[in-house]
Design a protein around this ligand. Sequence first.
Ligand code: ADP
Length: 275
Amino acid sequence: MSQALENTQIPDSSAYMINNEPFYLPVADEKPLFTAAYNARLPVMLKGPTGCGKTRFVQHMAYKLGRPLVTVSCHEDLFASDLLGRYLLKDDETVWVDGPLSRAVRMGAICYLDEVVEARKDTTVVIHPLTDDRRVLSLDKKGEVVEAHPDFLLVVSYNPGYQSVVKDLKQSTRQRFVCLEFEYPAQEDEAKIVEKEGGVDEETALSLVGLAHRIRNLREQGLAEGASTRLLIYAAQLIRQGISPKNACLTSMCLPITDDPGLSETIVDLIEDLF
Ligand code: ADP
């Protein structure tokens, strides 16, 4: 086998550029805060429940800041090498292929690690030297230390609702980020989002949001997480296609969020009250 080939050119960022402005309705001061963090190159953590707009926000900010965006959805089988890269055999030669994080570091992208806590522990360790003033990524297998491009920024998301003691971010990791907290948008804002993204009229959007609020209150009765903005948009998209509101809500805002017969019954009652 021939000697390992070097492949450390700066990757083409055009595939990672967002060309059309993603619709994002600000819910607080997250835009100026993120911009300030980006300008100071402070790593950012987005904390909040699933489906409340974190991913959309990063897409919007990457567009606004004119930076490429590299997104990685973290999961429990995500190894450090999946982020960093590995040697692969190609035409009898071993070629180093950068992983998404290495690519982002070289091209000066915003790298978004979605649900970072899901990743294996060895994965979180590789991001440490990137998130302090060293701003380097160590590719141990390749024997290379990559200095982050000046425009690079690491962003992670984290859903505190899911966390258990076993799966929590260590303080040594958490304390490397500034944190923006996300919640479901206020009622009128959420209705505007559902109207725009779901393609329904204002009245329907407001009804769906009203229902979501009632469902979210069931958390006190043991519901792990309320219906997300994403699910409201799903319901709206079904309604727009002629599915009855009752059926759309059952399919999008009840069945996905719980298997508990008692809670399901309560949600069905809430739906029937409304439609
Ligand atoms: P998360 O990353 O928090 O799980 P997403 O960013 O994927 O959630 O949000 C789910 C959907 O909700 C998005 O695709 C978008 O349609 C909508 N959404 C949520 N919040 C907003 C917002 N503030 N402005 C525009 N769309 C939003």
